[in-house]
Design a protein around this ligand. Structure first.
Ligand SMILES: NC(=O)c1ccc[n+]([C@@H]2O[C@H](COP(=O)([O-])OP(=O)(O)OC[C@H]3O[C@@H](n4cnc5c(N)ncnc54)[C@H](O)[C@@H]3O)[C@@H](O)[C@H]2O)c1
Length: 369
């Protein structure tokens, strides 16, 4: 594995990571799976302003101390090495900066920030404080997507001709999402950064960069559908782009509010399909369980090969992403997936899509933002 340049000089921890989990809402349930029964870590603190959340999560970590804020945690003098930040995106900069300045490494949820200036300030703070800032990307740890990347990289499909991603967001099925978790997302959407393209879309744009490298041009047509008065969802939307290596991708986003979708998590039906000169490879599902057939298939020379024994539970990608981080803190080996600079490229990609759509679908080079 290649070392991230930004992590050079990192000194691995010689003891289990003393971790604080900050933000104990919906996604805590999946992120926490990396911390359970993991000898690399000891959860020493949990933090959330909500009394209800602290009480609920204290049951998972009886030895951890509970705090209302990271300022309160820092003032307590409790020894912490790293924090897991699971916050509404608008809170990221304030809390990330406070954590870095307290001397803690940070594993941050996506999206990194709503604008480049905020993300840049967080990167500067990490450099100034000599601490690691990771923006986790659990999709890179989803086994069917890892198989897709391995198949593309192996060359068996031949030179890649192009690829597409599909996402249908539905309104029925899946786990319960509390109203508060939607409120800040709808607020963010009112600032122009929608739930599908910007918030969830972060992952799809991430996988595009992970699979095929830097993006040279994006063209987008971002639509809007009113769900209830005052609340719009950013679909139908279509994004098209070309990587620096000339490979083109397209992502279509559809909203099907009344469609029942079987899912253990959010109701997103997602697919990735990469076509090469010799054949294609397809990931049939991810977050939801829309297509009930093997999650990864390769078509070559007139034969379809299906993988029946993959860990295709989307929740496992959180466990494995988190374990990778905690192991990384103990060893410093390999890439962070993602380091902050790579997350900056994902943010540029998203913002280029908005810039393109606002200008009527013209081509925008994300590297020039
Ligand atoms: N990787 C993924 O696939 C994925 C999926 C869902 C959510 N997320 C990300 O996870 C993060 C959290 O999302 P969620 O759905 O759990 O949201 P949520 O609203 O359910 O939970 C957020 C929690 O943060 C707490 N909080 C708010 N301000 C805080 C502060 N200053 N300090 C400490 N705690 C604070 C809230 O009280 C709440 O309990 C977001 O960044 C979101 O984009 C990622």
């Amino acid at each position: 594995m290649v070392q991230d340049p930004s992590t050079l000089g990192y000194t691995p921890l010689e003891r289990p990571v003393r971790a604080a989990i900050v933000g104990l809402g919906r996604i805590y349930d999946l992120n926490v799976t990396a911390y359970v029964d993991n000898a690399d870590v000891e959860v020493v603190a949990i933090v959330d302003p909500s009394d209800e959340r602290r009480t609920q999560r204290q049951a998972d970590w009886s030895a951890a101390q509970a705090f209302r804020s990271v300022r309160e945690l820092a003032a307590s003098g409790l020894a912490v090495d790293a924090v897991e930040l699971l916050l509404p995106t608008a809170m990221n900069e304030e809390v990330v900066t406070a954590c870095l300045e307290s001397g803690w490494h940070v594993n941050l949820q996506k999206p990194f920030a709503e604008d480049l200036a905020s993300a840049t300030r967080m990167i500067d703070a990490a450099r100034r404080c000599g601490r690691q800032l990771r923006v986790m990307e659990n999709y890179l740890f989803y086994e069917p997507l890892q198989r897709l990347k391995a198949t593309v990289d192996s060359g068996e499909l031949g030179p890649i001709s192009g690829y597409h991603l599909k996402m249908v967001a539905s309104g029925r099925g899946g786990w319960d999402v509390p109203g508060e978790a939607y409120e800040w997302r709808f607020e963010q959407a009112r600032r122009g950064h929608g739930v599908l393209v910007f918030d969830d879309g972060w992952h799809k744009l991430s996988t595009a960069i992970w699979l095929f490298g830097p993006v040279a041009e994006v063209r987008a047509w971002i639509g809007s559908t009113e769900v209830i008065p005052g609340v719009d969802v950013d679909a139908p939307s279509t994004l098209v782009w070309e990587h620096v290596n000339g490979i083109r991708g397209v992502w279509d986003i559809t909203f099907a509010i009344d469609m029942m979708l079987r899912s253990d998590y959010y109701t997103n039906d997602e697919r990735w399909e990469v076509t090469g000169r010799r054949g294609f490879a397809r990931v049939n599902r991810c977050t939801g369980r829309g297509i009930q057939q093997p999650s990864f298939e390769v078509y070559l020379d007139g034969e379809m090969r299906s993988q029946h024994a993959l860990d295709d539970d989307w929740g496992s990608s959180f466990r494995d992403s988190g374990r990778h981080w905690l192991r990384w803190l103990r060893t410093g080996d390999g890439p962070l997936w993602w380091g902050a600079e790579q997350a900056m490229d994902v943010l540029r990609f998203a913002l280029a899509a908005y810039a393109s759509s606002d200008a009527g679908g013209v081509g925008v080079d994300p590297r020039l933002l």
